[in-house]
Design a binder for this molecule. Structure first.
Ligand code: ASP
Length: 404
């Protein structure tokens, strides 16, 4: 890449910016390019399971004492919660200000087909219990990230309890796997400029614009909340906790943010954010390797805000007035739902059922509105994913600075 006199991140940005007008103008005729996008996503996904598993095991086993591990673990979880709650509050405030559900004019009637596209999740308790893998190999094979992390965390901690020789034997092997995965990751990363082109064309071809008008205010509410989170809340947190320049950090994370925009998947972006955090922001490897995979799976600031805004929107369209207690329930379940949401495109919508059911809303009318939300979700999902990923990188920097 350097030979062209262009840095990789400029190439990525250029590819992204050219792909948007190209997709809008000629998207239909360029469907063959979607295959490039699909191939690229498959390459990214191919890396995820071994990378997450071994980076977490290695990171945890390399913590010197369990006190250090506990401290970093709690700090990380604490920061994840605070940043997600702050994001939810932004969504809540904007929602109460704009009241997007009061202006909705939905073409009701064809709800049946729309709602079919969304699968209902299990209840909250089932999701929690199912995190424990009854068979870790199956969890790996099915890419069940919460279960993989659960097992990797146990495994990594258990490694610190066996004899030093046993531990080193295993780590010699697992650190080699990890290094090999990093080499493969770098190859895949070199393909980002091409992969992104196909992905953007695909995203544009898949967005259904016919519902845009009726849910205009919903898009404005969530879109503004997301912009405020990205441009004000997250930089503020970064600055307050670390005194680091948010502009510098954004530049360092450029590749990861653009990859998130193009893939709509935190998980698929994870290998890239790992590289940016370690190489550009100089966060120590063991902190990066613990926080980034964990964050890509459970820390989703923007999705948390989306769960709250989406649920409140559904309630408002259906004519429900939510009091303080119910809004509080929305906040808490939105937080949990964002933890449970997978880091893949539009995963946030699947868990929105949990939030609305917690305030007693279900039925075909709600399903229909969720279908419409899904139809216009692509641009919002793109923004959410970039913000989710960006939040993980900030968490890594915040925790690493606090350890100095
Ligand atoms: N696509 C988002 C992500 O991967 C999840 C969501 O739908 O909110 O982070």
């Amino acid at each position: 890449m350097k030979k062209l006199g262009l840095n990789q991140h400029w190439l990525i940005l250029i590819s992204f910016l050219i792909a948007i007008p190209t997709g809008l103008l000629f998207g239909e005729h360029l469907q063959f390019l979607e295959h490039i996008g699909t191939a690229f996503i498959r390459l990214l996904k191919m890396i995820i399971v071994p990378l997450v598993t071994f980076s977490i095991i290695n990171a945890l086993a390399r913590f010197e004492q369990s006190a250090e591990l506990r401290r970093i673990g709690w700090k990380t979880l604490g920061y994840f919660m605070i940043s997600s709650l702050a994001a939810i509050m932004v969504g809540l405030i904007l929602f109460n200000f704009i009241n997007p559900g009061l202006n909705v004019d939905l073409p009701v009637g064809n709800g049946a087909e729309l709602s079919l596209q969304v699968n209902r999740p299990e209840g909250l308790i089932e999701i929690l219990v199912n995190i424990i893998p009854s068979n870790p190999i199956q969890a790996l094979a099915e890419m069940n990230m919460l279960s993989i992390i659960f097992f990797a965390v146990l495994f990594g901690i258990a490694l610190t309890k066996v004899s030093p020789q046993m531990k080193e034997n295993f780590l010699g092997f697992s650190e080699s796997i990890y290094e090999v995965m990093i080499v493969i990751t770098n190859w895949v990363i070199a393909l980002i400029p091409i992969g992104i082109f196909g992905l953007v064309i695909k995203a544009i071809n898949q967005t259904d614009v016919s519902f845009f008008k009726s849910v205009f205010w919903y898009i404005i509410t969530l879109g503004s909340a997301l912009l405020i989170i990205f441009f004000i809340i997250q930089p503020l947190f970064l600055y307050l906790f670390t005194r680091k320049s948010p502009i510098l950090h954004l530049r360092q994370m450029g590749e990861a943010v653009i990859t998130a925009l193009a893939t709509s998947s935190s998980l698929a972006t994870m290998p890239v954010s790992m590289k940016c955090v370690e190489q550009n922001a100089k966060v120590p490897k063991k902190i990066t390797n613990f926080i980034i995979p964990l964050g890509a799976t459970i820390n989703m600031d923007a999705s948390a805000a989306f769960e709250a805004v989406g649920a409140l929107f559904i309630a408002q369209v259906l004519g429900f007035e939510l009091g303080f207690t119910q809004q509080f329930i929305v906040v808490m379940t939105a937080l949990l739902a964002s933890i449970g949401a997978a880091g893949v495109p539009s995963a946030g919508i699947v868990v929105i059922f949990i939030v609305i059911e917690a305030i007693g809303i279900k039925g075909s009318a709600a399903d229909f509105i969720i279908g419409v939300i899904l139809a216009v979700d692509r641009p919002l999902d793109i923004m959410r994913t970039a913000i989710n990923i960006y939040g993980d990188t900030i968490a890594a920097v915040v925790v690493s600075e606090s350890e100095k």
